[in-house]
Design a binder for this molecule. Sequence first.
Ligand SMILES: Cc1cc2nc3c(=O)[nH]c(=O)nc-3n(C[C@H](O)[C@H](O)[C@H](O)COP(=O)(O)O)c2cc1C
Length: 282
Amino acid sequence: MKCRIFGLDFKNPVFIASGTFEYGLTYKRVSNRVGAVITKGITARPRIGNPPPRIIETPCGLINSVGLENPGVEVFCQEILPKMRKLKTRVFVNVAGFTVEDFIRIVEAIGDRADGLELNVSCPNVEAGGVAFGRDPEICAEVVKQVKKRTKLPVIVKLTANFCDPLVVGRRCIEAGADGLSLINTLHAMAFDVKGTKVLIQGGLSGPAIRPFALFCVHRLKELGVPVIGIGGIMSGRDAYEFLLAGAAAVEVGSATLRDPYAPLKIIKELKQYTGWGHDAG
Ligand SMILES: Cc1cc2nc3c(=O)[nH]c(=O)nc-3n(C[C@H](O)[C@H](O)[C@H](O)COP(=O)(O)O)c2cc1C
């Protein structure tokens, strides 16, 4: 199950997605056996996140509105990253900026202390009227360009598919120097409290409900010929294998770990039955 992506060796192509597994320190047995752990989104300053409700179940998925709760990059680097480095897995930091300057500040603070960076371009760009970075190919390319100037680590851009074509944005990110792409992030979603006749939650939809669309998006990026990490509703080895068939070099598992923290281990075991695999994704 070993694979080589962005010039790095991974013990298998099943990674933990950002946001549902904190920093991989609670279930170390799981973290130590996946190919990589991607951290919760790290911002330049600490964030307390959104008020409840933060998670609502929907048919075949969930809507979350966590609001990027995290201690900020300084505390992350001092207190959390050193513990993560003791895990027997690759560590990628999910970098969440609200301005280009934020991205630079976070990446500079991390230095070379991680194995790679996943740029979360789904946050609203406060310098451009709150429109998500991820929808604008030129702003994404600028973020990549600035980040690549300041790091030697592999840089993946985590694309959104909300109101934009990930192929167009992905192509510009690669032209600007990104080493790979991951997708999809959650889809815009909301639910109403019908008794109270008000909005119950507005946030991001994840889980099996988004899987067929995520597969389509991953497949669409095949023509770019770069490593793509598939994300969206992976619950089983079969689901993961479908993403590999769609052209993904690896997958990330998110919501499944909320139902069962050991799900990634089951997924690895099942995936082995589909392929007995020595894989070089470039
Ligand atoms: C509770 C929760 C928190 C998340 N936090 C982040 C985050 O901090 N940064 C990020 O890039 N994605 C975040 N995501 C998105 C996931 O990493 C993933 O892209 C998405 O949930 C789709 O995969 P899944 O269906 O396997 O969960 C979060 C998702 C959930 C459910």
